[in-house]
Write a protein that binds this ligand. Sequence first.
Ligand SMILES: [Zn+2]
Ligand SMILES: [Zn+2]
Length: 132
Amino acid sequence: MLWTCWNNRCRPKAHGAPGFHFEADAPVCPKCKVDARSEERFKYLITPRKVIHYDPPHPAVDGVGMGYVLCSKTPIFEVTVRGGQVSGEPKAVNCPQCIADPEFPKDPIEMDPSRVMLLIPKPIPAPCKGCK
Ligand SMILES: [Zn+2]
Ligand SMILES: [Zn+2]
């Protein structure tokens, strides 16, 4: 699964944007070692990230994709039904398998899934029980 740790301490220094992205089975940040399951107040510190797969461009028709995701060749329809997202824009893609595929366009800028900031929802702060 893909996760985002919102701990300020884990903020990537290179682009200064909040949210450190990582891949793991459980919501345990490899940087700050916080386990989001350990305490109720850390529930929103590490949030699951929606996977955005790559739809390769059609070789002959501009603006049209191949209709499947690069990593598994699964039809887009099946991916979206299962809650995944698909983009033909390489910068929007954060699926590690799609990015690692030799067919994925190599950018002069290092392809780093953490560059994808626009599509990541802000974590919802836990409601304060004392404010009611
Ligand atoms: Zn962290
Ligand atoms: Zn993928």
